[in-house]
Design a binder for this molecule. Structure first.
Ligand code: GLN
Length: 236
């Protein structure tokens, strides 16, 4: 029998921004989609390709090295308005590390060069001097009480801004900047994080949250309470 639901994922710059297997996040969304009776489709939207907000339910934007970020920074300015429209109309977006940085105002890279973001979220990212935050990290989300496990590896230090709340408070590791205990950012249905691993494979519950939010947005007249009860595997 055909699946009742379909969700479309835009893998933003999936050919350039995919450090530490961030692509795995899409595989996890497809895996749980199958269990939930959703046909989850994905395609890469990269340089010189249009992103149309109305075509997608979920966007995934992975991490990347400074070099790739410089290239993507230029191209993504052309997609800024549609990405903003997607976010403001409650589209679900998962942004990892370099992707997280480029949704904000700017990122100062390891050489001290300023790489412009698109400023659709209010955070900004400064430089560390001869240092990276590398290692396992554990955080706790204040609203749900859920703990999330991950691996961080970043030079940039991010400070969240207006309308953003952290994905979690740091219990072990560094987080956004090693100072304010915040890790990542949540704004509307946007989840930003420094977690690789990939985050959804190690924290399946976030995959479930994203799929259910996307379903509710795409099929507002349907009842998803049965899916909300569905257990996910613990895998960190
Ligand atoms: N190049 C960025 C930094 O070092 C992002 C790294 C990443 O995406 N893993 O902060």
């Amino acid at each position: 029998m055909a699946n009742k639901y379909t969700l479309n994922i835009a893998h933003l710059y999936g050919d350039l921004m995919n450090t530490y297997g961030d692509l795995g996040n899409i595989l996890v969304l497809k895996y749980y989609g199958k269990k939930m009776g959703i046909d989850v489709q994905s395609n890469v939207v990269s340089l010189d390709e249009g992103f149309k907000a109305d075509d997608y339910d979920i966007a995934v934007f992975g991490g990347g090295q400074d070099f790739e970020q410089t290239i993507v920074s230029k191209d993504i300015q052309t997609k800024k308005d549609e990405i903003k429209k997607f976010i403001e109309s409650d589209g679900c977006l998962l942004a990892i590390c370099g992707g997280f940085q480029l949704l904000g105002k700017y990122y100062i890279d390891a050489n001290g060069d300023k790489i412009p973001g698109i400023g659709v979220l209010d955070h900004y990212t400064e430089q560390q001097h001869d240092n990276r935050f590398i290692g396992n990290i554990l955080i706790k989300n204040e609203e749900t009480g859920e703990q999330y496990h991950g691996f961080e590896n970043h030079q940039g230090v991010t400070y969240t801004g207006k309308g953003e709340r952290p994905l979690g408070d740091v219990e072990k590791g560094y987080g956004n900047n090693g100072q304010d205990k915040a890790e990542g950012a949540i704004y509307k249905n946007v989840y930003c994080t420094y977690f690789h691993g990939p985050i959804l494979a190690r924290n399946n519950i976030i995959a479930k949250h994203i799929l259910i939010k996307a379903l509710k947005r795409r099929y507002p007249n349907d009842d998803f309470s049965r899916l909300e009860q569905m257990d996910v595997e613990k895998s960190y």
